[in-house]
Design a protein. Sequence first.
Length: 242
Amino acid sequence: NKISGHVTFNNVTLQYEEDDDQALKDISFDAPAGTVLGLIGATGAGKTSITQLMTRFYEPKQGDVLIDGKPVSDYNLKALRRNIGFVSQESFLFSTTIKDNIAYGNPNASIDDIIAAAKRAQAHEFILEMPNGYDTMLGERGMGLSGGQKQRIAIARAILIDPSILILDDATSAVDMETEFKIQKALKEVMKNRTTFIIAHRISSLKHADEILVLEDGAIVERGKHEQLLDNGGPYQRIYDI
Ligand code: DUT
Ligand code: MG
């Protein structure tokens, strides 16, 4: 029984250590299955912390984290984590073949499945240009690939794992326009039918989010859709102007 990916936070607080300030303060939101939630805010604002409560890397101090209406603590941990995918430029790549990197987390995938996922992730073409195609060995941490290529390998992997919830840690690294276009296309493909959390450093990736949470020091200081937030002339607008 696959989860549908409806994520709810009710008045969640998080504190890493007894004497620390709260890393998250009274966070509430409701992301129905298949919607896109944007998280934006300065470094240390709490964006990653929110996603780590879903995977139960940490427990909230107060409040509830629910998936499909059920507390995450009631889920089998493995089943829960199988349903939550991560894509970032720092995604783990291993010194093995491209093929096995894409199938990581899904060792029974056939080569046809792997190629289909790579095509959807806009990775097929550059893979074919490599010395041994899908059998090309990658170096340590994906050495031999550009940041944009690593990202598309990570997207192909996520497509194959097929999680209900997807977390995108949008990296800031500069890529050329053609690569940017391909990455956008690949992201659109992987986001289809999944609840997606976009942790953004650039506002451009949030334009189509169903809701955006603007975080400051662990608290939500503003929320809404892109246009609405720009009209507000508040913190979001100030980030936009940078
Ligand atoms: N924090 C800890 N211990 C941890 C992780 C984070 O004390 O293991 C603190 C650092 C920060 C707050 O929690 O004050 C929120 O950190 P988080 O990593 O969630 O912030 P971010 O918004 O993801 O920052 P960045 O943009 O740098 O990734
Ligand atoms: Mg972070």
